[in-house]
Design a protein around this ligand. Sequence first.
Ligand code: ATP
Ligand code: MG
Length: 425
Amino acid sequence: MSKIQAIRGMNDILPAQTPVWQFLEEILQQVVQSYGYQELRFPVLEQTQLFRRSIGEVTDIVEKEMYTFEDRNGDSLSLRPEGTAGCVRAAEQHGMLYNQQQRLWYRGPMFRYERPQKGRYRQFHQFGVENFGMAGPDIDAELILMSARMWRALGLSEHVRLELNNIGQADDRHRYGEALTAWLTPHKDKLDADSQRRLDSNPLRILDSKDAGTQELLADAPVLSDYLNADSVEHFAALKSLLDELGVAYVENPRLVRGLDYYNNMVFEWITDSLGAQGTVCAGGRYDSLVAQLGGRSTPATGFAIGLERLVLMLEAMERTPEALQRSADVYIINRPEQQLRALHLAEQLREALPYLRVLCHCGGGKSASQMKKAYNSGARVALMLQEDGQLRLRMLAGEGEEQLASDSDVVARLGSLPGLSGVA
Ligand code: ATP
Ligand code: MG
């Protein structure tokens, strides 16, 4: 019988890879908590309408990337392709938005039907933050500071750069889109196929086309900055001056438009050159009309999402995961069949007294030499051997040294006194 394989673009994350994930997730969580953010969890399935109304009908995500199906009731449901829509839906539904300020974070799998390649998958994971009820550039600056702190905490600062743009309000973009379409239409044959298709549906997306011919043509095209309203210009200038004062380096990229319709005013991306074409590791911006667009009362909002797979690829390449996290155990208990009970009991005592220790009690019998081999393979620093005569021996696996211990309480005291034994303390 043929074996069933995972769906293309949906990855298993194996025990050899989970340490880097845990390291990454823990650091990101620590950083957002240090800014007072609270976790919100929401479903991976939502009504399709939620994404159509927020992300936008003519975006790539809604047009061709969503996993959409009818459930047994005939309702159209979609797997979430991103987190903002669900986060806003949940916060609004539970009355968290009106007349309040919120700083929220979430983490989890997202689903998009894309062509799988390095850094681009059909199930991928985002760590995102959203905040509500704050209209000024101060929260935008704080958001960007927080993302910069994440890269510092992960040791990646030197490998990412910040790009910023002001995309104004929907009206501004609409007027600019018309001007851009009018200007590009006579040159339509020089555009790449995707851009030709977008000429009428979503002309702004042409700006971030990767095609060299299209980019050359755009050099003389009208620019969005000439179409922006005064409030957006002022907000963006204030944000930039805050970033300057706070020492956050950025480049302004007038071609940066996001692939989701709900953004307005400031948008940003953190980009790396170390991942090839899939270089954006974090993307976000302000989205002041989304809450109202989804039926709530108008509430200012900003947020960003990080693509975790892309950060994992960077961390792996740089071998940034703490060595101790890559081991599964600190202490390995070797025992004989007649001492199974004592071994299980000793392991429980150790976990009780030294809960930070990872204690692996050998199960399944076997010769002591083969158990010792498993002890080494587990990465444990210490092997405890229960011997025939009931004696307990402790062997240091990382270096030299073996000693006899008289009682279980001696073991607890001895292990408690060994510095740096645990990778998770
Ligand atoms: P891209 O231009 O790379 O397609 P996007 O604009 O579609 O990105 P967003 O919707 O802003 O991406 O999602 C935020 C982040 O999530 C991206 O910057 C990226 O790091 C990550 N991401 C998006 N799509 C995928 C995917 N299919 N696989 C892995 N990571 C992804
Ligand atoms: Mg995309």
